[in-house]
Design a binder for this molecule. Structure first.
Ligand code: PDD
Length: 285
């Protein structure tokens, strides 16, 4: 199937979907992005993703290049042109094209806007969730503002590669105090001995995941209690359950951390129930 992308105002076949060599997103990672799940042809949690996009743009001193409604039309159009039923749309907005210089270009160039979409193998993700995944810990060597969803993902790429080379699917970043911050592309959670859900507070040290925030509502509905606090890697090793959350993986149980078995080595009841319930709380549009 031929694929289409939206690039700066035009829908183009993939082979023609190109950005300039002096695009600041390409040269400096001077750009932010969003990834939205597509489910049964609908965008999941568009409103929350666009809210976060606006926060990221504001943090790097850019503003939305078009109305939220227009952006929503583009996201849907790219999903539709690629015939995505289950998958994701990717949106990137950057400071645009200018002569290579760190300072913001003046006058301000037109921002770069790119949207792509691709299908996800739902059966494979469900099979992974049924078996649970392995993660490995790596030092968190990222910058101090990872709450901004910037395309500067080199530490994340290196962490993910380290995980794969050790037979795991995801890496968990560990801060200088020995606490887990989050995964290379997902938030990290554990279920404590007292059956409380523990996840780090959404400050500058993690990305405030949309899946994470929707899950807060699902957790309350199940009568479970959340503790927003850092948790040490040692505490994770001894946890009843562990899991990660992201737009493309939903709730994904973790059954091994650094080769140690978590709980009884199978996806636990809490993670399994939350994965099943998640979309009752998410918005579909
Ligand atoms: N990743 N933390 C990091 C570092 C992430 O990159 C992501 C998302 C999350 C979870 O956020 P959300 O629930 O909003 O997807 C947490 C996306 C999916 C990606 O980069 O592909």
């Amino acid at each position: 199937m031929s694929r289409y992308a939206y690039v700066n105002g035009r829908y183009l076949p993939f082979r023609d979907a190109k950005v300039h060599v002096e695009d600041r997103g390409y040269q400096f990672a001077d750009a932010v992005y969003e990834v939205c799940e597509v489910r049964a042809g609908h965008l999941i949690d568009e409103r929350r993703h666009l809210d976060r996009l606006e926060r990221s743009l504001h943090a790097i001193r850019l503003s939305l290049p078009m109305s939220r409604a227009a952006l929503g039309v583009v996201l849907r159009e790219v999903a539709a042109r690629n015939r995505i039923r289950f998958g994701m749309v990717y949106l990137q907005i950057g400071r645009g094209v200018a002569r290579r210089d760190l300072a913001f270009p003046m006058p301000q160039p037109a921002p770069s806007v790119v949207v792509t979409a691709r299908a996800l193998n739902r059966a494979r993700l469900d099979a992974l969730a049924a078996a649970g995944i392995a993660v490995v810990s790596v030092p968190d060597n990222r910058w101090g503002r990872v709450d901004i969803k910037s395309v500067g993902l080199l530490p994340n790429a290196l962490a993910r590669q380290a995980a794969i080379e050790q037979g795991a699917r995801e890496a968990w970043f560990i801060d200088k105090s020995g606490a887990v911050t989050e995964g290379a592309s997902a938030n990290a959670w554990i279920v404590s001995g007292e059956s409380k859900l523990v996840t780090r507070r959404a400050d500058h040290a993690i990305l405030g995941g949309i899946t994470r925030s929707v899950l807060f509502e699902a957790v309350e509905a199940q009568g479970l209690v959340i503790e927003e606090r850092p948790f040490a890697l040692e505490e994770a090793y001894a946890a009843r359950e562990a899991f990660i959350t992201s737009a493309t993986q939903n709730v994904m149980p973790v059954v091994r951390i650094d080769g140690r078995t978590i709980g009884d080595g199978k996806p636990g009841p809490v993670a399994t129930a939350l994965r099943r319930e998640f979309h009752r709380f998410a918005e579909s549009s």
